[in-house]
Design a binder for this molecule. Structure first.
Ligand code: MN
Length: 257
């Protein structure tokens, strides 16, 4: 087999499709590091108030993109920011972090979360062409139900981030057309393994969800996303290069379809 020409661009850049760059001590440093390392990074935000700064600092970059979010865990105190989120939506193709979180700590706001998320889906459906990074902790079925009812997945794309639903819910999500961004923690649990093995290879992306996951005792950064590739390769019994290459192809497909 002949080796590819020297100056051929790498066909398997790393992909971190869900990272909170603006939650690190210095946003500019975090952006510079991901861009210099050529890691395709979706920088999700947790409040629309953060949007402008993220957008300004990431303007014109090749590898790092901001996403417009309103995190479900913040809805109890920030649901009034939905209007601002709606106003900014036309400025971007990327939406996240949004979704539902029905874990015990956040269940009290489940009614408001549902209302806010539903409205966001309606807005995305209206504009079309969006790519959403969605949180669904203890709420996979609810998220899927809202997606099925309120969002056309023909003109919009959904990536379920750190999916912790069961095998049946995963199947339903696959049928709906969802992608999955997988982090290293998902490759370390029995339940995670069971779900990951059922997901089509062409629907997989990788993520760090930094700084909410750690590598070697410190918050993970986009440059660490190779750990997710490695974990995924072990679970799927495939070569790391194959997984990395497939994830990159999947991202290209997601962005161009
Ligand atoms: Mn997150």
């Amino acid at each position: 087999m002949s080796s590819p020409p020297r100056n051929e661009p790498p066909n398997r850049s790393l992909v971190d499709f869900h990272c909170h760059l603006d939650l690190y001590p210095d946003l500019q440093t975090a952006i510079d590091e991901a861009e210099a390392a050529r890691v395709y990074t979706l920088a999700v935000t947790t409040t629309p108030l953060a949007w402008e700064r993220n957008q300004d600092l990431m303007a014109g970059l090749k590898f790092v993109r901001p996403a417009l979010g309103l995190h479900p865990q913040l809805v109890h105190e920030r649901s009034r920011e939905l209007g601002l989120w709606e106003k900014k939506l036309a400025e971007t193709r990327y939406v996240g972090e949004v979704g539902l979180d029905f874990s015990p700590t956040h269940q009290a706001s489940s009614f408001d979360q549902r209302k806010v998320f539903r409205r966001m889906l309606e807005c995305c459906a209206e504009q079309g062409g969006k790519i959403l990074s969605i949180h669904s902790v203890r709420a996979a079925s609810d998220v899927l139900e809202l997606l099925e009812t309120h969002l056309s997945l023909e003109s919009n794309k959904v990536v379920l981030h750190w999916f912790t639903g069961n095998v049946q819910e995963a199947k339903r999500a696959v049928e709906l057309g969802c992608f999955f961004s997988v982090n290293v923690n998902m490759t370390r649990t029995q339940k995670g393994h069971a779900v990951l093995k059922t997901l089509p290879f062409d629907r997989l992306l990788t993520e760090t969800d930094g700084p909410f996951t750690s590598i070697g005792g410190r918050p993970a950064r986009p440059v660490d996303v190779g750990e997710a590739v490695c974990g995924l390769a072990q679970v799927l019994r495939r070569k790391e290069e194959e997984v990395q290459s497939r994830v990159w192809q999947n991202l290209k497909g997601l962005l161009t379809s």
